[in-house]
Design a protein around this ligand. Structure first.
Ligand code: UD1
Length: 420
């Protein structure tokens, strides 16, 4: 086990390169299983979740090679269609392998996925959509046996909620379905566009990715390609919040302005200045931040649930009262008791509304990461706090943030990783 030890209070300053997006890399890696060829994926972040995806690819018979941030997947001899529970439980996005395997082999056996405990996270939308495509889904002793051995048939699927994972699974399954599949109320996240870009470059026919209606026309097969994963907009928001919480001034290299459009107004409201020049984004923070009256998480292009904890860590020392409402996941305030240990004044109402009365300053404490983004939030809070903070269970952070201590050290923070 490891922990982060942070001596806070230093305004962050300098330039940092943004890692590739975890939430893009994982579905793209799953999608390589649907390709009868070699996929070369650049800008793949070095994360434990990426290692878990590689393990699944190897388990089903792919040859995988890592060269720095490039992952090369040779799926020509892949033949496995069963993913064991131990591998499924490692992360939520293991469920996206279901669509890739169905598309390639017409069958898949998986178990419900694991991942951060931020809510119930059912997969009913995934399964009902697959059934609409003609997949038979049977639960047998906790294993989901999915079969479409006579092929899938394109259809119209209207999602009750624009689920990111369900949209990805439908796109993947529909690749080999007969005719056209139309998804309405599809998720519009940039990561959906990245997945569709990868697949189209392999020969898929997908239009409308990034919009509410996505059309997929089935094709005979996919061939290998080379693809570069988009930058991680959530990690960008982590660096930005850390700059804001410490009164710093940093440049994030590799940021995509459009992807950050749901969060930039929040930073401007608290008094930060942001400026883009090409793919470099500069952010400078005032001495004291101002509250955000009301912030509510929404599907893209709304404010992202993944940035909620991280932004809250910045708001706890903003002047005035901020109200943050989390409506995407039921259990995404696990960082709140930890922030309170550091001196934050937060009251949770109805389980999903956090009322934050800004305090002058946080102080260091021993805290625990309960999930990935909540853990990043504690690091942000610690960087702005007076004194020393120790964060344990940082394996959560390592699932999505590449060597967080190195990134923040590069920006002048006093932060180190220690064995417990
Ligand atoms: C993805 C992201 C995650 C992000 C989330 C929302 C990856 C690997 N993870 O997760 O970081 O926080 O999008 O932006 O990309 N739901 C159902 N039934 C379903 C599917 C989802 O009720 O079949 C509910 C979930 O419980 C949740 C909400 O829909 O309350 C959003 O989930 P979804 O968009 O599917 O998130 P994920 O794909 O799991």
């Amino acid at each position: 086990m490891e922990k982060l030890v942070i001596d806070g209070g230093i305004p962050l300053c300098g330039k940092i390169d943004l890692q590739g997006s975890k939430n893009s890399a994982l579905p793209v890696l799953a999608a390589t299983a649907a390709v009868d060829g070699i996929s070369v994926i650049h800008n793949c972040p070095d994360l434990s979740d990426v290692a878990a995806a590689v393990k699944i690819l190897e388990h089903i018979g792919c040859k995988v090679k890592r060269e720095g941030h490039t992952v090369i997947v040779d799926a020509r001899n892949a033949c496995g269609f069963e993913i064991p529970e131990t591998q499924m439980r490692e992360m939520r996005s293991s469920i996206v392998f279901l669509g890739a395997l169905l598309s390639r082999f017409g069958k898949a056996s998986v178990t419900p996925p694991g991942g951060c405990e931020i809510g119930l996270r059912p997969i009913d939308l995934h399964l009902s959509s697959l059934r609409s495509l003609g997949v038979s889904v049977c639960e047998n002793g906790g294993i989901l046996e999915c079969r479409a051995e006579n092929g899938m048939k394109g259809c119209h699927i209207s999602l009750a909620f624009p689920s990111v994972g369900a949209t990805e699974n439908i796109i993947l399954s529909a690749l080999s379905a007969q005719g056209e599949t139309v998804i309405t109320n599809a998720a519009r996240e940039p990561e959906i566009i990245d997945l569709a870009d990868f697949l189209c470059s392999c020969g898929a026919k997908i239009s409308g990715a990034g919009q509410s209606t996505v059309r997929i026309s089935g094709v005979k097969g996919l061939t290998g390609t080379e693809h570069r994963i988009i930058p991680d907009r959530i990690v960008a928001s982590t660096f930005m919040a850390a700059a804001a919480a410490t009164g710093g001034k940093i440049t994030v290299n590799g940021a995509v302005r459009e992807h950050l459009s749901p969060i930039i107004p929040v930073f401007e409201t608290v008094g930060c200045r942001t400026e883009f020049s090409g793919n470099e984004m500069r952010i400078s923070a005032p001495r004291k931040l101002t509250r955000v009256k009301s912030l509510r998480t929404m599907p893209y292009p709304g404010f992202p649930t993944d940035s909620q904890a991280i932004i809250m860590a910045m708001l706890v020392t903003a002047k005035g009262t901020s109200v943050v409402t989390e409506k995407i996941f039921e259990n995404r305030f696990r960082h709140v008791p930890e922030l309170i240990k550091m001196g934050a004044d937060i009251r949770v109402e109805d389980g999903c509304v956090a009322v934050i009365d800004g305090v002058e300053r946080l102080h260091g404490a021993k805290v625990s990461a309960g999930d990935l983004r909540g853990g990043c939030a504690l690091a942000v809070a610690a960087l702005g706090a007076a004194g020393r903070t120790e964060i344990d269970r940082i394996y959560h952070i390592d699932r999505g943030c590449e060597a967080i201590e190195k990134s923040f050290s590069q920006l002048g923070a006093r932060i180190k990783r220690e064995r417990i």
